[in-house]
Design a protein around this ligand. Structure first.
Ligand code: FES
Length: 141
């Protein structure tokens, strides 16, 4: 009887000990998810050089990895920019000449015009980043 009670007591302790790290991991994951959906351009410096006009294909987009910004040119001479951090799970979107902004992680696609989701698991738009185009240079406004 004593051995059974000891086994039950140990099993119960093990269950409690296992449960604590699982809860901690869940808390960590949810805070990571919150970070990934935050503003991609927070902390950007006005005047920061992002790209040259020639870097951005007409009907496509160019990702500035360091700044986490994607610059698009939906039609010739019309430039827009958005955070390059996907609103689904936080991956960096990719440069493209295919008429949209693709995310390599789960295949979401976003509009070159307004960053809205066109397809895929992402349901929120990429946040717009204000830019200035001067001569051949595209900078953060
Ligand atoms: Fe972009 Fe999932 S992180 S589609």
């Amino acid at each position: 009887m004593t051995a059974i009670n000891r086994r039950r007591a140990l099993t119960g302790s093990a269950a409690v000990a296992v449960g604590v790290p699982v809860l901690a991991a869940c808390g960590s994951d949810s805070s990571d998810a919150d970070d990934s959906t935050g503003s991609g351009d927070a902390g950007g410096t006005p005047g920061e050089e992002l790209a040259a006009v020639a870097d951005v294909p007409v009907g496509g987009c160019f990702v500035v990895s360091g700044a986490k910004v994607v610059v698009t040119q939906p039609t010739e001479g019309d430039f827009k920019a958005f955070t390059a951090v996907c609103t689904h799970r936080g991956c960096l979107v990719e440069s493209s000449t295919e008429g949209d902004i693709p995310c390599p992680c789960h295949s979401s696609k976003f509009s070159l015009d307004d960053g809205s989701p066109l397809s895929g698991p992402a349901t929120a738009a990429l946040e717009e980043v204000e830019i200035t185009v001067s001569g051949d240079s595209i900078t953060r406004a």
